[in-house]
Ligand binder design. Structure first.
Ligand SMILES: [Zn+2]
Length: 54
């Protein structure tokens, strides 16, 4: 499981989805306007922390 943060391109709403990666695209829907036009902002995978220097 991982947390995926998205921002809706239509209404600028930010939202997070917690799911498996296979479900990510299906769940990347804006909760406010229902748009699929979202951009991913950040991925937090708790099992493998990102290094400070990317
Ligand atoms: Zn939206």
């Amino acid at each position: 499981m991982a947390v995926y943060e998205f921002r809706c391109k239509k209404c600028k709403r930010k939202f997070a989805v917690t799911c498996h990666i296979e479900e990510r695209d299906a769940k990347a829907v804006c909760p406010k306007c229902g748009s699929h036009e979202v951009e991913q902002k950040y991925t937090a995978d708790f099992s493998s922390p990102r290094p400070d220097k990317y």
